[in-house]
Design a protein around this ligand. Structure first.
Ligand SMILES: [Zn+2]
Ligand SMILES: [Zn+2]
Length: 279
């Protein structure tokens, strides 16, 4: 194993955790994504979405990747997780590979089809992409869904409440406690209603019991994803507290749909403050 140990990775992420104070509600942030609330470039960015097809792979995982930069892979006991940033909104796509069989799961075919396919071929093989899960329906997470699905023929997964707005109807609609299998392993679905009605998080539990949670835009370092009404905010916070923070340990690693990774332990102390501020 070449990747960093969990402890050193955790230390790195704590050291990198500088986004907390910078985050705002999205609308007020210049260039923020109006839908996701992530303070990246806007959708009119002049950067081409397909400028760099070849993806360099780093076997050094800190939880941070740069737009158009290398992908980063961490090896766990039974799977590897590779994170790559694609598109003008710095969307994170994740390739989770079952190391025993080589079969892979892609989480969010967000953008830059060639970079995604190249990443998959580098860490697995596009012919072994068994599953493609979409965390939610927002435009920035689905730009390559149709092309990647056509090129690789995986089973596609999404929640039924976001499914009607996806460019590819999911082969399987999923909700709480459903699983998405690939190779000899799987991730578990957690439905988080709020950022969108059909947003899902995906939980992988490693053999030591540690959780690895892919949260889409429902949970970031520094707060929940953007919501557009008090009811949606309350729903998202209730779901996060009830289904995520209430059930999973502090060492659960969080892989968000934009920006750097975090842990539930780093975010948990801030739950009351998020409730109080209302976003
Ligand atoms: Zn987003
Ligand atoms: Zn979103």
């Amino acid at each position: 194993m070449v990747g960093a140990t969990p402890d050193s990775v955790a230390a790195t992420v704590v050291a990198l955790g500088g986004r907390r104070g910078e985050r705002s509600t999205g609308d007020a942030t210049r260039g923020a994504c109006q839908e996701c609330g992530f303070p990246g470039d806007d959708r009119n960015s002049t950067r081409s979405a397909d400028t760099v097809a070849r993806v360099e792979l780093r076997d050094e995982y800190t939880g941070h990747v740069d737009p158009a930069g290398p992908a980063a892979r961490r090896d766990l006991d039974e799977v590897s997780i590779t994170k790559v940033s694609v598109g003008p909104m710095d969307n994170n796509a994740y390739v989770v590979v079952d190391r025993g069989t080589g079969e892979a799961l892609l989480i969010d075919a967000a953008n830059e089809t060639e970079r995604l396919l190249d990443t998959i071929d580098t860490v697995a093989d596009r012919g072994k992409l068994t599953a493609l899960a979409t965390t939610h329906k927002h435009w920035d997470h689905i730009q390559s869904l149709e092309d990647v699905a056509r090129a690789t023929a995986p089973r596609t997964y999404a929640h039924e409440r976001d499914a009607p707005e996806l460019p590819v109807a999911p082969d399987v609609t999923v909700t709480d406690d459903d699983t998405v299998p690939f190779g000899n392993t799987h991730v578990q679905v957690i439905h988080l209603d709020g950022h969108t009605p059909g947003s899902i998080a995906l939980l992988y539990r490693d053999p030591r019991g540690t959780g690895h949670l892919f949260t889409g835009d429902s949970l970031f370092p520094g707060g929940p994803g953007r919501t557009t009404s008090p009811e949606d905010f309350t729903s998202l916070m209730d779901n996060l507290e009830g289904k995520v923070f209430g059930h999973l340990d502090d060492d659960t690693w969080v892989y968000p749909g934009h920006g750097d990774d975090t842990t539930l332990g780093a975010e948990r102390p801030h739950l009351p403050e998020w409730r109080e501020r209302g976003w």
